[in-house]
Ligand binder design. Structure first.
Ligand code: 13P
Length: 291
């Protein structure tokens, strides 16, 4: 049951109308909380580690922990390199046992994105690794606190959104197993009410033969999620809310109990908070009871 190829997981989600949650798990506490939630909710789950987070947790250190978590879980788990920007990071992730990689060539021009993504897919096939590509660009506003932030002025710029026709061609030419698309979501905190271009999403779905991926899942409403899933989203990436909520909870606890606060107690309540948040997300994405 565990160690399920991401490609298969997403095909099942697309066929049965739910989205697999994909959580950035930057340490053992997050991994434990997320796996606990997936087992309690009987949900498939994707654990991921983004290249932008290597500065907090090196890939070499977290990879064996993620592999063990995947192999020992009671539910289907896949582990993914998130936003692999460099060819070397994608190769390293495959060698370290990740069964999925995202190659994010969205900062290149279209032709370069196609060439570089296709090159990763070619190698990934030999290792039986699923590949996610990105076409269009999901922004990271400075004001939203996202790392590697972009100038805020591009948040509402629809020229960064995925072009439906180009999406069909991109998938054919690269051979990716899943496609991350831009249609109004942002990484980090939404400072304005999100206004998703669901019509465009439906057009992309009609042109593309693989499941679609939403980045920037924190801060959207249940209606946004269900509309997006209805129009082809089969995987939703989620991190910001989880990373912020746990700190709020810890702040409350530390203020309440000022003396003799042992780190192991903090660790256990952190795992609990991650798990509760992940459970809620699984129910919202409809992945509960789908393992
Ligand atoms: P959020 O910042 O909305 O949680 O999105 C995370 C993400 O898309 C990581 O790839």
């Amino acid at each position: 049951m565990p160690n399920v190829p991401m490609k298969e997981m997403l095909q099942d989600a697309a066929a049965r109308g739910y989205a697999v949650p994909c959580f950035n798990a930057i340490n053992l506490d997050m991994i434990r909380g997320i796996i606990q939630a997936a087992e309690e909710e009987n949900s498939p789950v994707i654990l991921c580690h983004a290249e932008i987070h290597f500065k907090y947790t090196p890939l070499e250190q977290i990879a064996p922990i993620m592999v063990a978590a995947m192999n020992n879980a009671k539910v289907p788990v896949s582990i993914l390199l998130d936003h692999g920007k460099s060819f070397s990071a994608t190769m390293k992730a495959m060698k370290l046992g990740f069964n999925a990689v995202m190659f994010d060539g969205s900062e290149y021009n279209y032709e370069d994105n196609v060439q570089r993504t296709a090159e990763v897919v070619k190698i990934a096939r030999e290792f039986d690794v699923s590949v996610e590509g990105e076409l269009g660009y999901v922004t990271r506003p400075v004001s939203g606190g996202a790392e590697g932030a972009d100038d805020d002025s591009i948040i509402d710029d629809t020229s960064y959104y995925t072009d439906p026709e180009q999406a069909g061609e991109f998938v054919e030419r690269t051979g990716v197993d899943a496609l991350a698309v831009a249609f109004g979501t942002v990484h980090g905190v939404y400072l304005k009410k999100p206004n998703l271009d669901i019509h465009r999403l439906g057009q992309i779905r009609d042109n593309v033969a693989v499941p679609l991926v939403m980045h920037g899942g924190s801060g959207l409403s249940e209606v946004d999620f269900s509309d997006s899933i209805h129009q082809g989203i089969a995987k939703i990436n989620y991190y910001t809310n989880m990373a912020l909520k746990v700190s709020d909870k810890l702040r409350e606890q530390l203020i309440e109990k000022q003396e003799h606060v042992f780190y192991h107690d903090i660790m256990m309540s952190t795992i609990h908070e991650f798990s509760e948040d992940a459970r809620q997300v699984m129910r919202m994405f409809g992945s509960h009871q789908k393992a």
